[in-house]
Design a protein around this ligand. Structure first.
Ligand code: NCD
Length: 356
């Protein structure tokens, strides 16, 4: 068992539903009166280590810290840091965490934030680890639902697109399955369906879901439609990407079948999955959703800074002398990491890949 003494935000299951709800409420309060929080993080430093491209996540985290009166350090291109000289993740995060009060990390390998948290000297926030998870995106998605639908319960939510590789939809299922009356409609091509470990988690939480292949058929029942991009960078074959990239496109004709009070969300960036003529429809919420990201991240930063020492179980299972079979698992490159697997499927505790 590896426990960190810090308030890390790696997975949606690190803290209970109440904790996430309190963050949503704090974010909503900050949105209504940001000036009240203008000095709340004065004297604090946030590091952003982005090993993978980002516009919104990185800039909204940085904006959030600046609006709280704090300061920022970091890199957004590992090629200009000592990573290019071959430095491992442990050494980089060990040092940067000793310079900062909070460290926000995005990384292409799954489980990277957890790996960093094993040895970091400040709280780590996972800003996206490969196809795995993206908890702070989910927080802003919850804030959008809370403000635009007025509730986080009794909602029929359509998740559409690349449900296999999209980390935002994995995180959303993990967070919202704890709320009453949530029904997910999973809309994807069979090749890009929701991973089994997420579907099993929905079953275990008694959260209902159905699987659909037609957006037209599903849209009429939805309170919220979450469109996602086919994640080009996660494909090993360009041909496969090209074959699947345009399966789902939301256009005004399809949107016409949606309820009047439907909201359409998207974590962005959009490629071709929502046509631009949808942008003027009052149900298109994706730009406002991205704007909410600043306030969601202000709430997250503040909560972690105000209570930075909430002990956090990182590896709960037995360490094992076995290699995870996921080629994108952080343990493939960072060989020094202790391996740990849990449950009957020997689920890797870094990337959630099933090894049995
Ligand atoms: C998402 C991500 O990085 O996972 N974007 C974001 O954080 N706003 C979605 C995506 O890249 O498709």
């Amino acid at each position: 068992m590896f426990t960190s003494k810090y308030t890390n935000v790696i997975d949606l299951t690190d803290y209970g539903t109440e904790w996430w709800l309190s963050l949503v409420k704090l974010a909503s309060d900050i949105y209504d009166d940001p000036d009240k929080y203008a000095h709340a993080a004065q004297g604090k430093i946030m590091a952003t280590l982005f090993y993978e491209p980002s516009t919104r996540t990185q800039m909204s985290f940085q904006t959030a810290m600046l609006k709280l009166g704090g300061t920022i350090i970091g890199f957004d291109n590992p090629a200009t840091s000592s990573v290019a000289k071959g430095e491992n993740l442990k050494d980089t995060t060990k040092i940067v965490s000793s310079y900062s009060d909070i460290l926000v990390m995005r990384h292409p390998e799954e489980g990277a934030a957890k790996a960093a948290a094993l040895t970091a000297d400040c709280p780590i926030i996972n800003a996206g680890d490969g196809s795995h998870l993206h908890p702070s995106q989910t927080l802003l998605d919850m804030l959008t639902l809370y403000r635009e639908k007025g509730r986080l319960e009794d909602l029929t939510i359509g998740l559409c697109g690349d449900l296999l590789n999209g980390r935002t939809v994995h995180s959303m299922c993990k967070a919202l399955c704890g709320f009453k009356g949530i029904h997910f409609v999973l809309i994807s091509a069979p090749e890009l369906g929701m991973p089994d470990y997420i579907k099993d988690m929905l079953d275990a939480a008694h959260c209902s879901y159905t699987e659909e292949s037609s957006l037209e058929n599903a849209i009429g029942s939805l309170d919220m439609l979450y469109m996602t991009r086919v994640q080009k960078e996660r494909f090993s074959s360009e041909e496969e990407y090209l074959r699947l990239k345009d399966v789902y496109t939301l256009d005004p004709a399809k949107l016409a079948k949606g309820k009047k009070d439907l909201i359409v969300m998207h974590p962005l960036p959009r490629v071709d999955e929502i046509t631009m003529d949808v942008d003027e429809d009052p149900r298109a919420m994706y730009f406002k959703q991205a704007h909410y990201g600043v306030f969601a991240r202000m709430a997250l930063i503040l909560t972690v800074l105000n209570d930075p020492m909430k002990p956090n179980a990182l590896l709960k299972g037995e360490t094992a002398d076995m290699q995870c079979r996921n080629p994108k698992c952080i343990t493939q490159k960072e060989k020094y990491l202790p391996r740990s697997f849990t449950g009957k499927f020997a689920e890797c505790e870094y990337c959630s890949c099933r090894n049995a």
